[in-house]
Design a binder for this molecule. Sequence first.
Ligand SMILES: Nc1ncnc2c1ncn2[C@@H]1O[C@H](COP(=O)(O)OP(=O)(O)OP(=O)(O)O)[C@@H](O)[C@H]1O
Ligand SMILES: CC(C)(CO)[C@@H](O)C(=O)[O-]
Ligand code: BAL
Length: 289
Amino acid sequence: METITTIAALRQALRQARREDQTIGLVPTMGAFHEGHLTLMRRAKAENDIVVATLFVNPAQFNDPEDFEKYPRDDERDAALAAAEGVDYLFTPAPAEVYPKEFDTVVVVRALSERLEGASRPGHFNGVSTVVAKLLNIAGADRAYFGEKDWQQLQLVKRMAADLDIPTEIVSVPTVREPDGLALSSRNVRLTPDQRKAAKVLSSALSDTQAIADTGVQDAYQLAAWLRQTIEVQPGAKIDYAVVVDPETLQEIDTIENGALAAVAATFGKVRLIDNRLLNPPIGPGLRR
Ligand SMILES: Nc1ncnc2c1ncn2[C@@H]1O[C@H](COP(=O)(O)OP(=O)(O)OP(=O)(O)O)[C@@H](O)[C@H]1O
Ligand SMILES: CC(C)(CO)[C@@H](O)C(=O)[O-]
Ligand code: BAL
């Protein structure tokens, strides 16, 4: 694996691959690799000749300076893990390489960037869409891989790629979880043991919501209220949102009969975590799946 820090050098390396008709898979990340990231890399490796992972803690998507400051970083360990997964190029640009002094453009995906994560983290998604547009342009990859844990981000990236005619296929990868259900996240390492135990409520409340839907409940508001209450009663959890929405637009819906996404965000101490689950509509009144 080669570590590359400049846009020109990455373009040069990939030009050669493209000349040889090799396919390129891109895995954008902010580092502190866990099994979720490694799963994206493995999938990219299985489906492409060349894999580029990017490691850039993007200042533009942090609205909370302490979150940026405390974001876990371990570049050496990350490089070893990426190499072990067969990543060909690890792109680790400095902020000035991505945002030179004269930089003056923002990519905005309007409706999708406003709700949920966008409402709680103002400016966050403009930072994400701008940097992802740049990474997709720099790599010119055939496919780019994103995790379903960040579901709203995934929908936003899909919308942006379609709207801007970016020819890279956006591939979604299911959420990798701890044995107790907690979605893997780089921020999990900042949880105390008690917070870690409490954080399990996110995934268990999502599973229980599906179980309630399975009993025949289709009302999205009723399911969301139940989801919210389940998290609220967990000591140590401070809820941000708990919703049942359209999986593509993330807009409110009345019923889950055509499919729905349950999405949650909550803070445990100073650590803010998110999770989501697609809800299957009930198969029939009173029938269990
Ligand atoms: N548990 C997971 N399963 C699958 N993909 C994941 C998981 N966690 C993160 N990813 C994906 O990895 C990519 C890089 O994410 P990122 O580096 O922000 O890691 P992260 O664990 O989401 O960190 P954090 O949640 O603390 O920001 C994103 O596409 C993200 O959706
Ligand atoms: C997609 C991404 C790498 C953009 O900075 C980031 O939001 C992430 O790690 O999910
Ligand atoms: N994993 C999404 C990037 C972020 O939380 O900033």
